[in-house]
Each structure stands twice: as structure tokens, then as C-alpha cells.
Write a protein that binds this ligand. Structure first.
Ligand SMILES: *Cc1c(COP(=O)(O)O)cnc(C)c1O
Length: 463
């Protein structure tokens, strides 16, 4: 290779304008939204990094595939294409489409959990935790201790703590109907899980007769990290690596809005015949007949093509590099973030950046609001607003106060990232003047989606 620049491995065929606004317009918009970025209108946002979920750009092959969608109620051709695409990667016998990832979680936990049960996970994603707790079971996170130190560099910070896994299974195994591993570990910083960790966790689970499920939303990004960071995988294709990852599991839940490169969709897959039967019965109640599961035939086509495209090496190299590039710009500006950068997102360490804001005034939430106010950038808090409310109604600080900047797939280019880096450096310059927030409304579950706030000390950014 003579050339070092990693380019976006696509050319742009359709464009969608984004709109600049003034600071006054953004101020009015965020006040109207109760200082909750989830309640903003998307058209008031310049660069939307709220999530990488369902926000990607589809390829011309995916759009062409959609024209081939078979909308038959049962046994549609599109289902069989989708099923074959999922089985090629995962090897699982039963593939149950769902309208998105959380529906797969609801069906799985609805079929497997009873009150008092325990589910172990490297780190539960928010909907995963909520679906476990909705069944009156307990969701326990057991990441390796390194995962909780934002500044510490570790190649596989998403790994599960195998000693904790073994200990909990030995002491309370009768309460644990399944173990999950999230690849990559979204709430823990988008950090990957190594093949060695997956293999060892699988061995432990099976020794205790517990099924291991992958929360596979970002399986392709995880496969890429294994390829470039784990010994023995450099010459393997992302597909072969993904196949090995799934070979250690008994099933998976998946949001096709992430590494399915689709705008909607998901699936639940497994080998166990009897469990699949129970899941399909629940599927019909909530999602639809098991060959469409809440999706149109054309959605199944888009996912089938997306699952193939997401394992392309040029795509994965560009994807992971874009995120890493922002991290390098943040290093130059001295902005603390979870290191190394993850697969789909950069996580700013708001606790380190805003040490003067106490956790109960939600430093990461405040920072996320300021990024919108100053630069028109939308991000999301992963901190004490998202995780502080306990099932018993009490409140305690989350392990970390992070602001996630999630990258939609194939949407933004390097100049967008350069702009973003400038906004971050500017906001970092204001950090001593940023103040906390007070929550003035919260719903009973998943409060971050609809909670409303006010500045706790007059102004959010002191004059
Ligand atoms: C997005 C996500 C989910 C839920 O998927 P939806 O499609 O949003 O319902 C579950 N787990 C992880 C790790 C996720 O990132």
C-alpha cells in the first residue's frame, strides 16, 4: 500500500440537507424540550450523534433489494433470504425476526425468566436491563474491573469478569437461567470482547449447564477488533471471526438497526427447539407471524443485504478509524474520554471534565445539553439519569458519568468529524462555567427518554 489515508469506502448518491441554527434558536429549542435532547426536533440538530441505531445510510444494493421484498403474510421469499443471511453468520437453527432488538429481549426473557431470577451480562444495555427487571428478575453486570477505569487502555475492555461469573454460578446458579455477553459492550464504552473471553465464558456456562446468549448488536465491529488486536486472527476474515464468536453461544438477540445496517429490525436466534417453540408463541402475540415478526418483507431484504455488507473489511476499517480519529482530536484538546475509543462511539468522561458538578446534578446530562446549545450536536448521557434510579425507587450514582457520541453508519464524513472536534474543544474551554441540572419530571421506567429538567443554579452556562 502506497497511500495511508483511509477514505470513506463509498460515494454519495443521495443527499439530505442539514440545517444551521443560531444559538438563540437552539436555546429556545432546548428549553421547550425540558433540557432533554431526546425531546428535541431532529430538524433543529446539525450533527445528530444521539445514536447509531437505525440512523445509518443504506446502500444502493439494499434499496434495490427492498424492491424485491415479498410481502406474503406467511413463508415469504424475503424471510428465507433473511434466515439464510442470519444462519450463515450465526449458525443458529431457529431465526425469529422482530421489529427491533428489545422485542427479541422481551420474547427471550418472557420465555425464560421468573421472579427472583438473575441474569448476568458483561454490561446490560438499558433496554436489556429494563426487560429483565420487568420480569421481576435481577440484572447483574460483571465486566472486568478495568472496564470501570475510563483512562486505562486495555485491548478488550468489554470482557466479562470470568471469576465473578464462576463464583455467582457456583453460589446462586439455580437462580440463573441464562448468561449474556454484549458485543461490543455498548454501555461500557463500545469496548470489544475478546475471542478468548467468549470461549472461556462459554466453557464456564456450559459446565454449569447454562445457555450463553450474545447481545450481538455490534458483532461485526467486535469481530474487527478481534482481527486487529487478538493474536491469531489477523489473517482471518471478519465473517470467519464472527462465525467463531457465535459458535461459543447458544443463541443471540440482535438489533438490525446497528450492525444489520438497516433502519429497523432485529432478531432472536437459538439452537434449542423447545425454547424456540415457546418464543414463537410469544412472537405471534406481540410481533406477528414468525416469518415476518413485525417487519415488512422489504425490511427483511434490507437486513439480509446489510448483514453481508457490514462484514466488508474496507467498511469496518473506515468505521473504526472514524471513531479513533475523533479520539485523537480530543487528545489534542485534552478532553477526557473512555480509552481506547470504542467501535461505534466516543464516550466523554464528564466526571473528569466537570468535577465541580455533583452526580445528583447530572454532569454528563448537562454536558450533553451544552454540546447542543453551543454546536448543534446531539449526544446522549450514559450516567446517573439513565442508571441512577434503582428498582426499589432509591437513587444512587452510576458507575460512570459518560456522554456518548455515537456515529451513524456511512452517514458523516471527515469534515463533519473535524467540525465536531472544534465544538468539543470550544465546550471544553467553557467547562468551569458549566452548571448542573435538576430533574423536574420523571416517568416510572426508562426515565431518560422523557424526563424534564431545569438548570439547578440559574443558568446552564454561567455568563
Ligand atoms: C440498541 C441495543 C439494544 C436494543 O435494540 P433496539 O433495536 O434499540 O430495540 C440492545 N442491546 C444493545 C447492546 C444495544 O445497543
Amino acid at each position: 500500500m502506497h497511500f495511508r489515508t483511509i477514505i470513506e469506502p463509498f460515494r454519495i448518491k443521495t443527499v439530505e440537507p442539514i440545517r444551521r441554527t443560531t444559538r438563540e434558536e437552539r436555546k429556545a429549542a432546548i428549553v421547550e424540550a425540558g433540557y432533554n435532547p431526546f425531546l428535541l426536533r431532529a430538524e433543529d440538530i446539525l450533527i445528530d450523534l444521539l445514536t447509531d441505531s437505525g440512523t445509518g445510510a443504506m446502500s444502493s444494493r439494499q434499496w434495490a433489494g427492498m424492491m424485491m421484498g415479498d410481502e406474503s403474510y406467511a413463508g415469504a421469499r424475503s424471510f428465507y433470504r433473511f434466515e439464510a443471511a442470519v444462519q450463515k453468520i450465526t449458525g443458529f437453527k431457529h431465526v425469529i425476526p422482530t421489529h427491533q432488538g428489545r422485542a427479541a429481549e422481551r420474547i427471550l426473557f418472557g420465555s425464560m425468566l421468573k421472579p427472583g431470577d438473575i441474569v448476568l451480562n458483561n454490561t446490560h444495555f438499558d433496554t436489556t436491563r429494563a426487560n429483565v427487571e420487568y420480569r421481576k428478575a435481577t440484572a447483574i453486570d460483571i465486566p472486568i474491573p478495568e472496564a470501570r477505569q475510563p483512562e486505562l487502555i486495555h485491548p478488550f475492555k468489554g470482557n466479562m469478569d470470568l471469576e465473578a461469573l464462576e463464583r455467582i454460578l457456583a453460589e446462586q446458579g439455580e437462580k440463573v437461567p441464562l448468561v449474556m455477553i454484549t458485543v461490543t459492550n455498548n454501555s461500557g464504552g463500545g469496548q470489544p470482547v475478546s475471542m478468548a473471553n467468549l470461549r472461556a465464558a462459554s466453557e464456564i456456562c456450559h459446565r454449569y449447564n447454562k445457555p450463553l446468549f450474545l447481545d450481538a448488536c455490534r458483532f461485526a465491529e467486535n469481530a474487527w477488533f478481534i482481527k486487529v488486536r487478538e493474536e491469531g486472527y489477523a489473517d482471518k476474515t471478519p465473517l470467519a471471526i464472527a462465525q467463531e464468536m457465535f459458535s461459543y453461544a447458544d443463541g443471540c438477540t440482535m438489533s438490525a438497526k446497528k450492525d444489520g445496517l438497516a433502519n429497523i429490525g432485529g432478531f432472536l436466534a437459538m439452537n434449542d427447539d423447545e425454547l424456540a417453540q415457546r418464543c414463537k408463541a410469544m412472537e405471534i402475540l406481540g410481533e406477528g407471524f414468525p416469518t415476518y415478526g413485525g417487519l415488512a418483507g422489504y425490511d427483511l431484504e434490507a437486513i439480509a443485504v446489510g448483514l453481508e455488507e457490514v462484514l466488508d473489511e474496507d467498511y469496518l476499517r473506515y468505521r473504526i478509524r472514524s471513531v479513533e480519529y475523533l479520539g485523537e482530536r480530543m487528545d489534542e484538546a485534552g478532553i477526557p474520554y473512555v480509552k481506547p475509543t470504542g467501535g461505534h462511539a466516543v464516550y466523554i468522561d464528564a466526571k473528569a471534565m466537570l468535577p465541580h458538578i455533583p452526580w445528583h446534578e447530572y454532569p454528563a446530562w448537562a454536558l450533553s445539553v451544552v454540546l447542543f446549545l453551543e454546536g448543534g450536536v446531539r449526544s446522549v448521557e450514559i450516567g446517573s439519569v439513565m442508571f441512577g434510579r434503582q428498582p426499589d425507587g432509591s437513587e444512587k450514582p452510576a458507575a460512570m458519568e459518560l456522554v456518548r457520541l455515537a456515529f451513524p453508519r456511512r452517514v458523516y464524513t471527515q469534515s463533519h468529524v473535524d467540525y465536531l472536534a472544534e465544538v468539543l474543544a470550544y465546550v471544553n474551554g467553557l467547562r468551569d462555567r458549566i452548571r448542573g441540572l435538576r430533574m423536574v419530571y420523571e416517568p416510572p421506567v426508562l426515565r431518560h427518554f422523557t424526563a424534564r429538567f431545569e438548570p439547578a443554579h440559574g443558568a446552564l452556562v454561567e455568563e
